[in-house]
Design a protein. Structure first.
Length: 331
């Protein structure tokens, strides 16, 4: 991983915005086809919502908690990751299939994918413009990245905002479909406990059916925080909307109090995290939006549904479409 610290202008064949699983898989496909690719992300880490945090000896998966496998295309990648020790089964729900986790945490997959890719972190993209057959991507001040092809894997509303800022017009019907994709919010509580929680089912996973909480995960029983017991608590969308602008000292104790009957242990310390784009409420009609005339693709979980597998397949579809377009143009 690098910071974008070179001169005022740089160039690349394909630029990908977003270093989540969609962006990194798209980059892998494109790079394997021999295309020069770069990934930029505004965050300090990798994986997007496949996020793992460490604090005071405890480990938290505080975004996406697991993934399932239904499509053979994704299964082939997961099989390789399992052989490498990056993925392990967490629990099984019969017809819903095996729920997998990253090892040691969910971000492990992203770190593995990024090893051979040019990834630049803490790069804030301000706008993207399509001019004379190429993309001009402004990253602050007078810095620009020039790219022949562009894949955006940021949440769909953010992707559209970048295109709007650069006066890029999409096909009206596609534009309308993409703008219909909204996201729910979520507030996460990350708590260190004096001992493992009382959650014994599904190796520490609990879906809550009422109150302000949607999900609780015991990271110790999950196997990612062996030394220090910790839990991740996800709020409902309604709670997140009501308390979005409140301080952690207000909203997190409410979640901890609601979870107390499940925890059965004293909370030693806590932190909060806000997910503004937690779960999409709709999806696009294809796995990825592709506009060959603009040399543009938009991908991610908001395009192909809210599951990790959907984000992965969306990134693969975007990368493959771009490679097909490049190869068609060279024939």
């Amino acid at each position: 991983m690098l910071n974008e610290s070179e001169g005022h202008q740089s160039s690349v064949d394909c630029l990908i915005i977003g270093a989540g699983i969609a962006g990194l898989l798209a980059a892998t496909v494109v790079q394997q086809a021999g295309v020069n690719v770069r990934v930029v992300d505004k965050g300090r880490g990798l994986g997007g919502r496949m996020a793992t945090r460490r604090r005071d000896g405890a480990v938290f998966d505080h975004g996406a908690q697991f993934f399932t496998v239904r499509d053979p295309r994704f299964e082939s990648w997961v099989s390789d990751w399992r052989e490498l020790g990056l993925v392990r089964p967490w629990y099984d729900l019969g017809d819903a299939g095996t729920h997998f986790r990253g090892a040691p945490g969910m971000t492990a997959i992203a770190k593995h994918l990024a090893k051979e890719i040019d990834v630049r972190n803490q790069v804030v993209v301000e706008n993207v413009r399509f001019h004379h057959g190429h993309w001009q991507v402004s990253i602050g001040g007078d810095k620009e990245i020039m790219a022949q092809h562009l894949i955006i894997t940021a949440p769909v509303p953010q992707a559209l905002a970048l295109l709007d800022a650069g006066d890029v017009d999409l096909n009206p019907s596609d534009d309308k479909a993409l703008r219909s994709i909204k996201f729910q919010r979520c507030i996460a509580a990350l708590a260190i406990l004096e001992r493992p929680s009382a959650i014994s089912s599904h190796q520490g996973a609990l879906k809550v059916k009422e109150g302000p909480i949607r999900w609780i995960s015991d990271n110790h029983r999950k196997g990612i925080s062996p030394e220090v017991p910790s839990v991740t608590i996800h709020s409902t969308p309604d709670f997140a909307e009501e308390y979005w602008d409140s301080d952690d000292s207000v909203r997190i104790p409410i979640l901890l109090d609601a979870a107390s009957e499940y925890l059965g242990a004293e909370v030693l310390s806590y932190q909060g995290h806000r997910w503004g784009f937690s779960q999409p409420t709709a999806s696009f009609r294809e796995e990825a939006y592709v506009a060959p005339g603009l040399r543009l693709a938009i991908a991610g979980d908001g395009v192909a549904g809210g599951r990790v597998e959907g984000a992965a397949l969306s990134g693969l579809a975007a990368g493959e479409a771009l490679v097909d377009h490049i190869q068609a143009g060279s024939n």
